[in-house]
Design a protein around this ligand. Structure first.
Ligand code: ADP
Ligand code: ZN
Ligand code: ZN
Length: 818
């Protein structure tokens, strides 16, 4: 009998591919193992085994697999089922989910290598010029990649050249797989066995007496060994002895010292668990915990609505403890890695080394290690803290999922596919594992609150801050009025300046929030009105003072700031609007003595950049922290008494049905950073619209009112959660073709679906990276079956793809677009 294997390739193709396997292979291969398979002309891909069967494919001759890469499955059946759900729900392929889900180190790459043919007797006279060049290069190198051959002969297409060389027997080809994951090896050092006892050591030191540096190394090694029995890394010996690697190496050469390697787990932490710390919940936390548990008994996810600083984390800690006591794994999802440092430290105090961290700023090596630890259900990965991608880990016994700050938009992946919402995807994951779920927030999303009100989720609330600290005192500052009375210095009202001065005098810290980075969003010529635009995108360029540059926040395009207007040549350029950089600059003028830090995308690019900023603010090395929305999220600073919002209006005026909800959440969250200890914190919101209902609701901390008003609007205008939406974006470099294609697609959707289809419409930024964009919005009432509608859309896509003139137009689905 013939055996076949269906695999999923990590590419955006819908179907499975079938390969031929032997009977032994059929016996060995389990779904979820990685299999290297040939695909296309000469490429080797890493695919995931899906199922073994005995039906030969009809349409093509099955090729043989190249290699089985795993001894046991890397991905378990629950994961595969979950990933299929994601592909179906978010309208992408399983391959795309796999590409996103697996650490890239697991997806081996193939590269064609050309090697010299050692057996061949080559007659150089018979080689053409380009052939000779390669032949010669291979006398000095063991192998060449196709790209390197291209470089040597300075030609783009070299496959025929390589073929000629193969035919003449000069070279051989090898399809080789490179394993991108290399365990980290640490180099250790020890004394050779023959110097084990002390008498021999004395002789040795005598022998080394004319080499003081070498004897220093030996003595240092002895000292280190006396203090602890642990292996001694070379780096440590080098430091302690105050000598160099060269000295140590000369001792290794003399066989006095011996070098050895130990494979080191990168994700090890030295901190010890502190057994003595016990969490004692206050009465409100205890009540919330009780409510959560009784909902868990009915298998309901729970929304934990606790005001800022109410101590939600402590409630989570209790739940995690209970989960571990059951012998199950816990997953703690956070929207933003900015938050992880503070949380990791808190959780490690209770759970020690059981806490693992997983997010995209980790290296591929670290991610592979966490993956393997979770797969093997190791002690040190019982609790995983991570950003959204951690819900792809190979959990086998998941008991609890916490989605903290569940209202955050960054839980939704924007690009590339799968464009999934981590909160909703986590709920499905939990249901597959029969695990409990808590969604926590001080400002729940309208969706989750709606689900709680309709009984789909349980609900638990904590209305007061831990330790009976009062919620901050929030006041609005009318900057229209202040400007009229000439009481503004730059972007600071007198009220805000006074409050900052007062806080500084008391030695307290201040957070200032401005939801824009850079110095000024727009540079406009006051003579002709010209605004510098990005050549690739439909946006104006943002001025950054350092370096003195105009930059596009969509594609990264930049140019030096011109002194004269590019259109009319006059030097009447005026900077309009303001970003974090300008606020920092103005603060230096207003408070020259004060240390001001800045937290935005520009200052947090490095791996530890966030952590450094946060801990230096925590340690009070800075007085004022200026930042974008990054400063609004869940951070717990003890000494911040004042929070200032530089301008609330841009958030209110954003053209999006969620703008008001978002503005409420952002302001309430950033306000919540103030006064987290005994003294009542103060918040000042500068605005041109002090009577706006959302700002009023923020100052009175009236979540319910906000919810009701926003819900009413969503009902009136048919937006989520009243309907579900699917956004289709069309992209093309050709403006006319895009318009035509978008119209065709809209008409077909309207004809077939009999639903509300809006558009096609240009988004606010209608061109990005030279691509024109157009959106279509489909609204699905709750009463209708979404899977069926998605199938119909996919069918329409097939007809669309069959139209040859639209071939270049790309379609992007965004289900539950936010
Ligand atoms: P939230 O996440 O709800 O904003 P946190 O969990 O950060 O609030 O708690 C606010 C502060 O109160 C933290 O510094 C935390 O250590 C402290 N806290 C909360 N609950 C307790 C408790 N039961 N025992 C001791 N400290 C607590
Ligand atoms: Zn001009
Ligand atoms: Zn651009």
């Amino acid at each position: 009998m013939d055996f076949f294997l269906d695999v999923v390739l990590p590419i955006p193709l819908e179907r499975l591919f079938t390969y031929k396997i032997s009977a032994e292979e059929a016996d060995f291969i389990k779904p979820g193992m990685r299999i290297a398979v040939p695909f296309g002309r000469s490429k080797i891909y890493t695919a995931l085994a899906y199922n073994v069967h005995d039906n030969a494919p009809v349409a093509y001759d099955a090729k043989e697999i190249f290699q089985i890469l795993d001894q046991k499955p890397l991905v378990n059946p629950t994961q595969l089922r979950h990933w299929e759900w994601i592909a179906q729900y978010y309208m992408c392929t399983l391959g795309e989910v796999i590409r996103s889900a697996l650490p890239s180190a697991f997806l081996l790459e193939s590269e064609t290598l050309v090697l010299p043919n050692k057996e061949a007797q080559v007659n150089e006279m018979e080689l053409a010029d380009d052939e000779f060049l390669i032949f010669e290069a291979l006398q000095h190198q063991t192998a060449l990649k196709i790209g390197e051959i291209s470089d040597i002969v300075d030609k783009k297409h070299v496959l025929s050249l390589v073929n000629r060389l193969v035919q003449k027997g000069v070279v051989v080809q090898k399809e080789e797989l490179f394993d991108a994951y290399k365990p980290k090896l640490v180099r250790y050092i020890q004394l050779s066995e023959e110097y084990d006892d002390e008498s021999k050591l004395e002789m040795l030191l005598e022998k080394l007496s004319r080499a003081p540096k070498q004897s220093q190394v030996v003595l240092s090694l002895f000292q280190i060994k006396a203090e602890s029995k642990k292996p001694v890394p070379i780096s440590k010996l080098e430091k302690e002895s105050g000598t160099s690697r060269a000295v140590i190496k000369s001792l290794v050469d003399k066989k006095v010292l011996k070098e050895y390697h130990i494979r080191k787990d990168r994700v090890n932490y030295d901190e010890e668990q502190d057994e003595s710390i016990k969490v004692v919940l206050n009465e409100h936390q205890t009540k919330a915990l009780g409510a959560i548990q009784s909902n868990f008994e009915q298998n309901k996810p729970v929304l934990l609505h606790g005001v800022t600083s109410s101590g939600k984390t402590e409630v989570y800690i209790k739940l995690i403890q209970q989960c571990l006591d059951q012998g199950e794994q816990a997953l703690y999802l956070l929207p933003e890695i900015a938050l992880t440092l503070q949380l990791i430290n808190r959780l490690r105090r209770y759970f020690g080394s059981k806490v693992a961290v997983y997010h995209s700023k980790y290296s591929i090596h670290e991610r592979v290690e966490v993956w393997n630890n979770v797969l093997n259900n190791e002690e040190k990965a019982q609790i995983v803290i991570g950003a959204r991608s951690s819900l792809f880990l190979p959990f086998s016994k998941l008991g609890l999922v916490i989605v903290d700050e569940e209202h955050e938009n960054s839980f939704k992946q924007f690009d590339p596919a799968p464009r999934y919402h981590a909160r909703d995807t986590a709920l499905v994951l939990a249901s597959y594992h029969k695990a409990n779920t808590v969604l926590g927030s001080a400002t729940p999303s309208i969706e989750s609150m709606d689900n709680a009100k309709r009984g789909k989720y349980g609900y638990a609330a904590i209305h007061s801050r831990y330790g009976n600290v009062m919620l901050p005192d929030i006041n609005l500052v009318d900057i229209k009025e202040a400007s009229r009375k000439k009481k503004m210095k730059g972007h600071f009202s007198e009220t805000l300046i006074n409050a900052i001065t007062e806080a500084l005098e008391l030695g307290e810290q201040i957070i200032l929030f401005q939801n824009r980075r850079g110095f000024a969003p727009v540079v406009e010529c006051t003579t002709c009105g010209h605004v510098a635009q990005c050549p690739n995108c439909d946006v104006s360029l943002t001025y950054h003072q350092r370096p003195n540059q105009l930059r596009c926040h969509y594609c990264g395009y930049n140019m030096a700031l011109q002194l004269a207007c590019l259109a009319c040549g006059s030097n009447t350029l005026d900077k309009k609007g303001f970003g974090t950089e300008q606020i920092q600059e103005e603060l230096k003028q207003l408070f020259p003595e004060v240390v001001v830090g800045r937290m935005d995308l520009d200052t947090t690019r490095g791996k530890y950049a966030y952590e450094k900023l946060i801990s230096s603010f925590e340690n009070q090395e800075m007085d004022i922290l200026v930042g974008t929305q990054m400063v609004t999220k869940g951070l717990d600073f003890r000494n911040v008494s004042l929070v200032g919002i530089m301008n609330a209006d841009t958030m209110l005026n954003y053209p999006d049905y969620r703008a008001h909800e978002r503005c409420f959440q952002m302001l309430t969250q950033v306000a919540g950073r103030a006064g987290r200890t005994q003294k009542r914190g103060k918040v000042l919101i500068q605005t041109y619209n002090p009577y706006h209902q959302i700002l009023q609701q923020v100052t009175t901390n009236d979540y319910q009112k906000m919810f009701e008003e926003q819900y009413y609007e969503r009902e009136q205008f048919k937006y989520p959660p009243v309907v579900r939406i699917i956004k289709i974006t069309l992209k093309d470099k050709d403006f006319n073709k895009l318009n035509e294609a978008a119209q065709w697609l809209t008409d077909s959707l309207k004809n077939v679906l009999r639903l509300q289809v809006l558009g096609p419409e240009y988004p606010p930024v209608a061109r990005i990276r030279r691509d024109y964009l157009k959106n279509i919005l489909i609204k699905i009432p709750r009463s209708q079956s979404a899977p069926q509608i998605k199938n119909s859309i996919k069918r329409i896509e097939k007809s669309f793809n069959a139209i040859s003139k639209y071939k270049s137009v790309r379609l992007i689905y965004n289900v539950d677009h936010i």
